[in-house]
Design a protein around this ligand. Structure first.
Ligand code: ADP
Ligand code: ASP
Ligand code: MG
Length: 412
């Protein structure tokens, strides 16, 4: 018997009818002789609604209660999927994260998976159950509280189960038929990739391409999980979708594999901070403790012993960042003249393994943006990516221009 993991995202379980369609796919794999672990997301829109309730009730919420609330959406779909399968005479049972138990760290709202014991579910398979339906996105902390894995976390649940059970494959069913050169919602020229390297997918995901959660790609890479992204709305075929695989398994690829973006960025500038050894630690330590995910950092030229420190973070963490900096100042840890938040920016990035061996890619990106009259506010680079912060109103224009400039609508 071989085990398959099939994950259905929010749009794929958005209605009872779609749950039935997804269940039919699962039924076909069971008929093919597989035992299946199905990971489900909440119905689309459900998690956003729950997050909204939390933020309205308590703007600087206790993350333990946030998790208690936002994990609930997946419980509903797990039970409904099991019931739907039972109605189709497929022996199925649902599990919430704590019942598995999917053990995580206690970093609420961004917990990491530590262990997935397989005995419970394997025993049920031995007893004749064919499908284990598991609520994605959630687990249990060492303290015994419900945790969640961060937005998009059901992808990570799926890959972690595939690794723990040595599954033959991990299929991520979503509302697009694979990974594209950029979000197909931004440009119709976006092209579906048959294959993409783990490293490239990892960068694209962490830079905003939400088709896979970053952590799921990390896990797939580490445990060599055969990871496929495909549409739950199209007919099944072995060649469908995009395979996320090792670099060696890709024959030809463009220098730039894709363009990613993150709409909800903020640029924060601490003005007039003292320029002394330890100042970066004094600023970014408290930000990290407050759970602010700082991405880009720029320290400006210092004048008269003080400097400006600029960093970017997700827009919904601005309040936390302001509070952390205010508290640090009140406690005498840092001093600054002002804190300015620019919440009208976005981040646009190009990603490609080919950049390791090609010079001039960053320059071409900057020229392309210049030709469109787009001002760059902050730049960061790594071996296989270049990211810029620009005004949000230029997001679509920047993505389209870069997609054209690097010829992404054509295969290499
Ligand atoms: P699910 O609910 O199934 O997890 P998500 O909304 O999390 O689905 O992810 C799928 C979405 O990711 C697509 O609808 C698409 O708009 C977006 N997306 C962003 N970048 C890409 C990309 N490079 N390729 C494909 N989809 C992308
Ligand atoms: N429902 C959660 C979210 O919307 C987890 C997921 O769908 O992957 O983020
Ligand atoms: Mg998702």
């Amino acid at each position: 018997m071989s085990i398959l993991v099939m994950k259905f995202g929010g749009t794929s379980v958005a209605t009872l009818d779609r749950i039935r369609r997804a269940a039919k796919r699962v039924g076909r794999e069971v008929a093919n002789g597989h035992e299946v672990i199905v990971i489900v997301s909440a119905m689309s829109g459900e998690t956003n609604k729950l997050v909204g309730f939390v933020e309205e009730t308590s703007p600087l919420y206790d993350a333990r209660e946030y998790d208690a609330v936002v994990s609930a959406g997946e419980n509903v779909t797990a039970g409904l999927m099991a019931l739907t399968l039972q109605e189709m005479d497929v022996p199925a049972r649902s599990w919430q994260g704590w019942q598995v138990p999917l053990k995580t760290t206690s970093a609420h709202a961004a917990a990491r998976i530590e262990e997935i014991p397989t005995d419970n579910i394997l025993r049920k398979f031995d007893e004749g159950m064919k499908v284990a339906v598991v609520a994605g996105f959630q687990g249990i902390s060492p303290e015994g509280r419900i945790t969640t894995l961060g937005r998009g976390g059901s992808d990570t649940t799926a890959v972690a189960f595939a690794a723990a059970f040595g599954a033959e494959r991990c299929d991520i069913y979503t509302d697009v038929d694979g990974v594209y050169t950029t979000d197909p919602r931004i440009t119709s020229k976006a092209r579906k990739l048959d294959r993409i390297a783990f490293e490239e997918m990892l960068e694209l995901a962490s830079l905003g391409a939400k088709v896979l959660q970053t952590r799921s790609v990390e896990l797939a890479m580490r445990y060599n999980v055969k990871l496929r992204v495909l549409s739950s709305f199209e007919e099944m075929s072995d060649e469908a979708g995009t395979l996320v695989c090792a670099e060696e398994d890709i024959v030809e690829s463009n220098v730039v594999a894709g363009v990613a973006f993150s709409r909800d960025e903020a640029k924060m500038t601490l003005q007039g901070v003292e320029d002394r050894p330890g100042i970066a630690a004094a600023i970014f330590g408290p930000l990290a403790e407050a759970g602010v995910n700082v991405d880009m950092i720029v320290q400006n030229i210092s004048e008269g012993g003080t400097t400006d420190m600029t960093f970017s973070c997700p827009i919904n963490e601005v309040k936390r960042a302001e509070k952390a900096m205010g508290d640090a100042k009140a406690a005498g840890l840092i001093d600054f003249a002002g804190l300015v938040a620019d919440t009208d920016v976005c981040k646009v990035s190009i990603v490609g393994i080919g950049m390791r061996s090609h010079a001039g890619v960053a320059a071409k990106m900057f020229q392309t943006l210049r030709d469109e009259g787009i001002n760059i506010k902050v730049i960061t680079t790594s071996e296989i990516k270049v990211s810029v912060l620009v005004d949000r109103k230029y997001l679509e224009l920047a993505v389209q221009a870069l997609h054209d400039a690097f010829g992404l609508e054509r295969a290499a």
